[in-house]
Design a protein around this ligand. Structure first.
Ligand SMILES: [Zn+2]
Length: 373
């Protein structure tokens, strides 16, 4: 099957012959992820001019590597599967890029051990953690990570989440953001083992994956600074009150200061700091050309992320109103009421009824009820 994406032409196994909806070689649902990768690499090159080499660590059909090579990066495509390697080679040749990219039939951890890269892109099926240490050990500038195991990340598969991420995830009304913060915490701790500090400059949660781009600062003090972004979250299952506390030693709430209940869930260590650099996200937006099939969606997502308040964690208006037995009004009116009551408030990119605010759950209810009177 022939597909065109981002100006390159690729041969990929047809979905019929694979017999599964999501081909391991080419997943059309990840086109937004890949379009944003190219835009991010363009914006990053402006930010860090020495960045030249790019490792597509799980290359499969080679689509990311081919697109990065077409954009002028010194690309290495790596995969363990012979079929994938053959396909990646074929796709580089098809686009006259065979001379611009190397193909490595190897275990990527071994490759990253032998050689340093400016940018390493991890896009595995499931958890990226088996590859994180090798990536942070040698990568110079930017580590890009996709995680598709959202059930372990968000606490729906509790034990699996603990095993994969050495952290306690909890299934809450902000489960996707829980996944984002569990992933970033595990990656920051992995990098710190090598005296590397991470700064998440662009992160988004989209349908069935989390994607993040971590800028590296290879010094111990930067690793210490990154670790300072970690902490714990206490969450009341009854009234949805939540409280974040920084630090590596948990000191969770025993009862809820809002409703007095004792059904408190504790999650962590989580990344509690910012997961986007708004200026960088705005720069990524500028690098999305009209020619990308997902251009409109990609720009919308960037706009949403820039507008989103930087706070753990988001609320869901419908869930709050249901909890209170109140009717849910239009989101814009709801947010306007919060602002009129003196609180900061924004939509969140996790869904149409999600929002962030500096008000706690009692203050949100007050602002909402005042308006209904
Ligand atoms: Zn409570």
């Amino acid at each position: 099957m022939r597909v065109t994406e981002g100006g390159v032409e690729l041969e990929v196994p047809s979905e019929q012959t694979e017999g599964v909806e999501e081909s391991v070689f080419y997943n059309p649902r990840q086109e937004l992820n890949r379009d944003l990768t190219i835009a991010t690499l363009r914006a990053f090159r402006e930010r860090e001019e020495r960045a030249e080499s790019y490792l597509d660590a799980m290359t499969a059909s080679g689509v990311r590597g081919v697109r990065a090579a077409a954009d002028g990066w010194e690309v290495t495509c790596c995969d363990l599967e012979t079929d994938a390697i053959d396909l990646a080679r074929e796709n580089l040749e098809r686009n006259d890029l065979a001379a611009d990219a190397r193909v490595e039939h190897r275990n990527v951890n071994a490759l990253a051990h032998d050689e340093a890269f400016d940018v390493i892109d991890l896009d595995p099926f499931g958890s990226p953690m088996p590859f994180a240490d090798a990536a942070f050990a040698r990568c110079r500038d930017l580590v890009c990570v996709t995680a598709t195991d959202t059930a372990p990340l968000c606490g729906a598969h509790f034990n699996s989440g603990i095993r994969s991420y050495s952290a306690v995830p909890r299934n809450t009304d902000y489960h996707t953001e829980m996944g984002v913060r569990i992933l970033l915490s595990a990656l920051a701790r992995s990098a710190a083992r090598f005296d590397v500090g991470v700064e998440p400059i662009f992160t988004h949660a989209t349908s069935h994956y989390v994607r993040t781009y971590l800028e590296l600062d290879r010094k111990a003090s930067a690793a210490d600074a990154a670790i300072e972004n970690l902490g714990y979250l206490s969450h009341c299952e009854d009234c949805l009150y939540r409280e974040a506390e920084y630090g590596m030693i948990a000191d969770p709430l025993e009862s809820c200061p809002e409703c007095g209940g004792d059904r408190i869930l504790v999650a962590g260590p989580l990344w509690l700091g910012p997961y986007c650099d708004d200026e960088f996200v705005a720069a990524v937006r500028e690098e999305v050309p009209d020619a990308f099939a997902t251009a409109e969606k990609a720009r919308e997502l960037c706009d949403d992320l820039v507008a989103e308040l930087d706070r753990p964690t988001h609320y869901d208006q419908h869930k709050l109103c249901k909890n209170w037995g109140l009717p849910a009004n239009a989101m814009d009116d709801f947010l306007a009421d919060l602002r009129a009551a003196g609180h900061a408030a924004s939509r969140a990119h996790y869904g149409g009824t999600t929002f962030k605010t500096d008000a706690d759950v009692g203050e949100i209810r007050e602002a909402t009820e005042r308006n209904l009177e």
